[in-house]
Design a protein around this ligand. Structure first.
Ligand code: G4P
Length: 286
Protein backbone atom coordinates (compact mmCIF):
# COMPACT_ATOMS: atom_id res chain seq x y z
CA UNK A 1 0.00 0.00 0.00
CA UNK A 2 1.15 3.56 -0.69
CA UNK A 3 0.80 5.86 2.29
CA UNK A 4 0.32 9.55 1.57
CA UNK A 5 0.15 12.68 3.62
CA UNK A 6 -0.36 16.30 2.66
CA UNK A 7 3.07 17.92 2.34
CA UNK A 8 1.51 21.27 1.37
CA UNK A 9 0.75 22.10 4.98
CA UNK A 10 4.16 21.18 6.17
CA UNK A 11 6.14 24.29 5.36
CA UNK A 12 3.57 26.62 6.93
CA UNK A 13 3.58 24.76 10.22
CA UNK A 14 7.34 24.54 10.29
CA UNK A 15 7.68 28.25 9.56
CA UNK A 16 5.33 29.10 12.41
CA UNK A 17 7.50 27.08 14.73
CA UNK A 18 10.77 28.51 13.47
CA UNK A 19 9.41 32.04 13.96
CA UNK A 20 8.52 31.37 17.56
CA UNK A 21 11.23 29.04 18.71
CA UNK A 22 13.44 31.90 19.93
CA UNK A 23 10.84 32.76 22.55
CA UNK A 24 10.51 29.22 23.80
CA UNK A 25 12.20 27.64 26.80
CA UNK A 26 10.55 24.25 26.61
CA UNK A 27 9.26 22.03 23.82
CA UNK A 28 6.44 19.75 24.92
CA UNK A 29 6.16 17.00 22.34
CA UNK A 30 3.12 14.75 22.23
CA UNK A 31 3.54 11.29 20.79
CA UNK A 32 1.00 8.49 20.47
CA UNK A 33 1.82 5.88 23.10
CA UNK A 34 0.79 3.10 20.72
CA UNK A 35 3.47 4.14 18.20
CA UNK A 36 5.89 6.42 20.01
CA UNK A 37 8.52 6.44 17.26
CA UNK A 38 6.31 6.38 14.18
CA UNK A 39 4.34 9.34 15.56
CA UNK A 40 7.43 11.54 15.96
CA UNK A 41 8.84 13.97 13.45
CA UNK A 42 12.64 14.03 13.32
CA UNK A 43 12.63 17.79 12.49
CA UNK A 44 11.64 18.48 16.05
CA UNK A 45 15.10 17.53 17.29
CA UNK A 46 16.59 20.16 14.99
CA UNK A 47 13.96 22.79 15.85
CA UNK A 48 14.16 22.10 19.55
CA UNK A 49 17.90 21.79 19.97
CA UNK A 50 19.20 23.71 23.01
CA UNK A 51 15.68 23.74 24.43
CA UNK A 52 14.41 21.81 27.41
CA UNK A 53 12.43 18.82 26.14
CA UNK A 54 9.44 16.98 27.50
CA UNK A 55 7.84 14.03 25.75
CA UNK A 56 4.26 13.16 26.66
CA UNK A 57 3.15 9.62 25.82
CA UNK A 58 -0.45 10.51 25.09
CA UNK A 59 -3.37 8.11 24.65
CA UNK A 60 -1.59 5.90 27.15
CA UNK A 61 -5.01 4.51 28.04
CA UNK A 62 -5.13 2.81 24.63
CA UNK A 63 -1.58 1.45 24.80
CA UNK A 64 -0.17 -1.59 26.58
CA UNK A 65 0.69 -0.61 30.17
CA UNK A 66 3.92 -2.65 30.12
CA UNK A 67 4.99 -1.05 26.85
CA UNK A 68 4.32 2.42 28.27
CA UNK A 69 6.85 1.68 31.02
CA UNK A 70 9.41 0.48 28.47
CA UNK A 71 8.95 3.62 26.39
CA UNK A 72 9.34 5.85 29.45
CA UNK A 73 12.71 4.21 30.12
CA UNK A 74 13.67 4.42 26.47
CA UNK A 75 13.08 8.17 26.22
CA UNK A 76 14.68 8.85 29.61
CA UNK A 77 17.72 6.97 28.35
CA UNK A 78 17.88 9.40 25.41
CA UNK A 79 17.91 12.39 27.77
CA UNK A 80 14.27 13.45 27.52
CA UNK A 81 11.93 14.17 30.35
CA UNK A 82 8.91 11.96 29.84
CA UNK A 83 5.45 11.30 31.25
CA UNK A 84 2.53 9.09 30.28
CA UNK A 85 -0.78 10.89 30.06
CA UNK A 86 -4.38 10.62 28.94
CA UNK A 87 -5.24 14.08 27.65
CA UNK A 88 -8.90 13.12 27.33
CA UNK A 89 -9.47 12.11 30.95
CA UNK A 90 -6.76 14.34 32.36
CA UNK A 91 -4.86 11.44 33.89
CA UNK A 92 -1.17 12.21 34.44
CA UNK A 93 -1.53 15.95 33.92
CA UNK A 94 -0.94 16.79 37.56
CA UNK A 95 2.65 15.60 37.39
CA UNK A 96 3.53 17.93 34.54
CA UNK A 97 4.25 21.06 36.51
CA UNK A 98 6.93 19.38 38.62
CA UNK A 99 8.57 17.79 35.59
CA UNK A 100 8.51 21.11 33.71
CA UNK A 101 10.33 22.74 36.60
CA UNK A 102 12.90 19.95 36.61
CA UNK A 103 13.34 20.14 32.82
CA UNK A 104 13.85 23.91 32.97
CA UNK A 105 16.01 24.08 36.06
CA UNK A 106 18.97 25.50 34.13
CA UNK A 107 16.85 28.39 32.85
CA UNK A 108 15.43 29.01 36.31
CA UNK A 109 18.96 29.06 37.74
CA UNK A 110 20.19 31.36 34.94
CA UNK A 111 17.35 33.80 35.64
CA UNK A 112 18.09 33.69 39.34
CA UNK A 113 21.77 34.53 38.78
CA UNK A 114 20.81 37.47 36.58
CA UNK A 115 18.39 38.73 39.18
CA UNK A 116 15.35 38.04 36.96
CA UNK A 117 12.46 37.06 39.16
CA UNK A 118 9.24 35.33 38.22
CA UNK A 119 9.76 35.14 34.47
CA UNK A 120 7.47 32.30 33.48
CA UNK A 121 8.68 29.33 31.50
CA UNK A 122 7.37 29.57 27.96
CA UNK A 123 6.45 26.34 26.24
CA UNK A 124 5.18 25.20 22.87
CA UNK A 125 3.13 22.03 22.37
CA UNK A 126 4.03 20.12 19.23
CA UNK A 127 3.03 16.87 17.57
CA UNK A 128 1.67 15.30 14.42
CA UNK A 129 -2.01 15.74 13.53
CA UNK A 130 -4.51 13.82 15.66
CA UNK A 131 -2.03 13.03 18.42
CA UNK A 132 -4.16 15.01 20.89
CA UNK A 133 -2.60 18.50 21.06
CA UNK A 134 -5.87 20.44 21.24
CA UNK A 135 -7.33 18.03 23.77
CA UNK A 136 -4.17 18.34 25.83
CA UNK A 137 -4.09 22.14 25.76
CA UNK A 138 -7.77 22.28 26.72
CA UNK A 139 -7.50 19.80 29.57
CA UNK A 140 -4.20 21.10 30.84
CA UNK A 141 -5.11 24.75 30.66
CA UNK A 142 -8.63 24.10 31.87
CA UNK A 143 -11.08 26.90 32.11
CA UNK A 144 -9.38 28.77 34.89
CA UNK A 145 -6.44 30.15 33.00
CA UNK A 146 -6.45 33.50 31.28
CA UNK A 147 -5.12 34.40 27.89
CA UNK A 148 -2.47 37.09 28.07
CA UNK A 149 -2.27 39.73 25.39
CA UNK A 150 0.30 39.91 22.64
CA UNK A 151 3.84 40.18 23.82
CA UNK A 152 6.52 42.31 22.21
CA UNK A 153 8.39 40.25 19.68
CA UNK A 154 5.65 37.70 19.33
CA UNK A 155 4.05 37.35 15.94
CA UNK A 156 0.87 39.38 15.96
CA UNK A 157 -2.16 37.36 16.83
CA UNK A 158 -0.24 34.73 18.76
CA UNK A 159 -1.67 34.19 22.17
CA UNK A 160 -0.04 32.90 25.26
CA UNK A 161 -2.03 30.95 27.76
CA UNK A 162 -0.94 31.73 31.27
CA UNK A 163 -1.19 28.47 33.17
CA UNK A 164 0.06 29.89 36.43
CA UNK A 165 2.85 32.14 37.63
CA UNK A 166 5.46 29.69 36.40
CA UNK A 167 4.28 28.57 33.00
CA UNK A 168 2.89 29.99 29.76
CA UNK A 169 1.88 27.98 26.70
CA UNK A 170 1.79 29.23 23.14
CA UNK A 171 -1.80 28.44 22.40
CA UNK A 172 -1.31 27.51 18.74
CA UNK A 173 0.04 24.01 18.76
CA UNK A 174 2.91 23.27 16.42
CA UNK A 175 1.76 20.82 13.82
CA UNK A 176 4.44 18.58 12.48
CA UNK A 177 3.94 15.95 9.85
CA UNK A 178 5.39 12.52 10.34
CA UNK A 179 8.25 11.38 8.17
CA UNK A 180 7.54 8.36 6.07
CA UNK A 181 10.92 6.82 6.49
CA UNK A 182 9.60 3.36 5.94
CA UNK A 183 6.43 1.54 4.99
CA UNK A 184 6.18 0.43 8.58
CA UNK A 185 5.85 4.02 9.79
CA UNK A 186 3.13 4.63 7.20
CA UNK A 187 1.37 1.44 8.18
CA UNK A 188 1.49 2.29 11.90
CA UNK A 189 0.02 5.74 11.27
CA UNK A 190 -2.69 4.26 9.10
CA UNK A 191 -3.54 1.66 11.74
CA UNK A 192 -4.12 4.19 14.51
CA UNK A 193 -6.31 6.21 12.16
CA UNK A 194 -4.04 9.19 11.58
CA UNK A 195 -4.61 9.05 7.86
CA UNK A 196 -7.59 9.56 5.67
CA UNK A 197 -9.21 6.12 5.63
CA UNK A 198 -10.90 6.80 2.32
CA UNK A 199 -7.63 6.47 0.48
CA UNK A 200 -6.62 3.32 2.34
CA UNK A 201 -7.58 -0.23 1.62
CA UNK A 202 -9.30 -1.29 4.79
CA UNK A 203 -9.09 -5.03 4.20
CA UNK A 204 -5.35 -4.83 3.61
CA UNK A 205 -4.93 -2.75 6.75
CA UNK A 206 -7.12 -5.14 8.73
CA UNK A 207 -5.12 -8.12 7.50
CA UNK A 208 -1.92 -6.40 8.66
CA UNK A 209 -3.42 -5.72 12.05
CA UNK A 210 -4.64 -9.30 12.43
CA UNK A 211 -1.17 -10.58 11.54
CA UNK A 212 0.28 -8.42 14.30
CA UNK A 213 -2.38 -9.34 16.86
CA UNK A 214 -1.98 -13.05 16.15
CA UNK A 215 1.70 -12.65 16.97
CA UNK A 216 1.57 -10.41 20.05
CA UNK A 217 -2.01 -10.09 21.32
CA UNK A 218 -3.66 -13.44 20.54
CA UNK A 219 -5.75 -13.68 23.67
CA UNK A 220 -7.22 -10.21 23.33
CA UNK A 221 -8.14 -10.92 19.71
CA UNK A 222 -9.68 -14.30 20.56
CA UNK A 223 -11.68 -12.87 23.46
CA UNK A 224 -13.10 -10.00 21.44
CA UNK A 225 -14.45 -12.17 18.64
CA UNK A 226 -15.20 -15.36 20.58
CA UNK A 227 -12.62 -17.43 18.77
CA UNK A 228 -12.60 -20.76 20.53
CA UNK A 229 -10.13 -22.66 18.44
CA UNK A 230 -7.18 -20.33 18.03
CA UNK A 231 -5.05 -23.01 16.38
CA UNK A 232 -7.55 -22.99 13.57
CA UNK A 233 -7.04 -19.23 13.13
CA UNK A 234 -3.60 -19.38 11.60
CA UNK A 235 -4.01 -16.73 8.91
CA UNK A 236 -5.51 -13.22 8.72
CA UNK A 237 -8.00 -14.46 6.12
CA UNK A 238 -9.30 -17.15 8.46
CA UNK A 239 -9.67 -14.62 11.26
CA UNK A 240 -11.44 -12.11 9.02
CA UNK A 241 -13.80 -14.85 7.81
CA UNK A 242 -14.49 -15.69 11.45
CA UNK A 243 -15.24 -12.01 12.22
CA UNK A 244 -17.68 -11.98 9.27
CA UNK A 245 -19.52 -14.91 10.88
CA UNK A 246 -19.24 -13.57 14.40
CA UNK A 247 -20.56 -10.13 13.45
CA UNK A 248 -22.90 -11.28 10.71
CA UNK A 249 -21.18 -9.38 7.95
CA UNK A 250 -22.70 -10.72 4.76
CA UNK A 251 -23.49 -9.30 1.38
CA UNK A 252 -26.48 -10.48 -0.60
CA UNK A 253 -26.43 -14.23 -1.13
CA UNK A 254 -24.49 -14.99 2.07
CA UNK A 255 -21.22 -13.81 0.59
CA UNK A 256 -18.76 -12.73 3.32
CA UNK A 257 -18.45 -8.95 3.55
CA UNK A 258 -14.75 -8.54 4.30
CA UNK A 259 -14.86 -4.73 4.00
CA UNK A 260 -17.47 -4.50 6.71
CA UNK A 261 -15.65 -6.95 9.00
CA UNK A 262 -12.44 -4.96 8.42
CA UNK A 263 -14.14 -1.71 9.42
CA UNK A 264 -15.51 -3.30 12.58
CA UNK A 265 -12.07 -4.63 13.49
CA UNK A 266 -10.31 -1.32 12.83
CA UNK A 267 -12.92 0.58 14.79
CA UNK A 268 -12.68 -1.83 17.72
CA UNK A 269 -8.91 -1.54 17.72
CA UNK A 270 -8.78 2.25 17.50
CA UNK A 271 -11.22 2.75 20.31
CA UNK A 272 -9.46 0.26 22.58
CA UNK A 273 -12.21 -2.36 22.56
CA UNK A 274 -9.83 -5.20 21.69
CA UNK A 275 -7.61 -4.17 24.58
CA UNK A 276 -4.64 -1.96 25.29
CA UNK A 277 -2.40 -2.57 22.31
CA UNK A 278 0.98 -1.12 21.42
CA UNK A 279 2.22 -1.47 17.87
CA UNK A 280 5.92 -0.82 18.38
CA UNK A 281 8.31 -1.69 21.18
CA UNK A 282 11.75 -0.27 21.94
CA UNK A 283 13.48 -3.66 21.95
CA UNK A 284 12.07 -4.52 18.55
CA UNK A 285 13.66 -1.38 17.12
CA UNK A 286 16.22 -2.21 14.41
P1 G4P B 1 -4.77 17.27 17.46
O1 G4P B 1 -5.14 18.59 18.05
O2 G4P B 1 -3.37 16.85 17.79
O3 G4P B 1 -5.04 17.11 16.01
O4 G4P B 1 -5.69 16.13 18.16
P2 G4P B 1 -7.06 16.28 18.99
O5 G4P B 1 -6.83 16.98 20.28
O6 G4P B 1 -8.11 16.83 18.08
O7 G4P B 1 -7.38 14.75 19.32
C1 G4P B 1 -7.62 13.78 18.31
C2 G4P B 1 -8.51 12.67 18.85
O8 G4P B 1 -7.83 11.94 19.89
C3 G4P B 1 -9.82 13.16 19.50
O9 G4P B 1 -10.79 12.16 19.26
C4 G4P B 1 -9.50 13.14 20.98
O10 G4P B 1 -10.64 13.03 21.81
C5 G4P B 1 -8.63 11.89 21.07
N1 G4P B 1 -7.71 11.89 22.22
C6 G4P B 1 -6.83 12.85 22.58
N2 G4P B 1 -6.12 12.48 23.66
C7 G4P B 1 -6.56 11.23 24.00
C8 G4P B 1 -6.18 10.30 25.02
O11 G4P B 1 -5.26 10.51 25.83
N3 G4P B 1 -6.85 9.11 25.03
C9 G4P B 1 -7.83 8.81 24.14
N4 G4P B 1 -8.42 7.62 24.24
N5 G4P B 1 -8.19 9.66 23.15
C10 G4P B 1 -7.57 10.85 23.08
P3 G4P B 1 -11.97 12.37 18.25
O12 G4P B 1 -12.49 11.01 17.97
O13 G4P B 1 -11.53 13.22 17.11
O14 G4P B 1 -12.98 13.18 19.09
P4 G4P B 1 -13.90 12.69 20.30
O15 G4P B 1 -14.76 11.62 19.73
O16 G4P B 1 -13.03 12.18 21.41
O17 G4P B 1 -14.65 13.92 20.68
Amino acid sequence: MNYQWYPGHMTKAKRMMQENIGLIDLVIELVDARIPLSSRNPDIDELGKNKARLILLNKSDLADAGANKLWMEYFKGKGFHVLEINAKSGQGLKSIQGVVREACKEKIERDRKRGIKNRPIRAIVVGIPNVGKSTFINSFAGKACTKTGNKPGVTKGKQWIRMNRELELLDTPGILWPKFESDEVGRNLALIGSMNDEILQMTELAADLIGYLLKYYREELAARYQMEDLDDMATPLKVLTHICENRKCYKKGQEADYEKASSILMDDFRSGRIGRITLEFPEREE
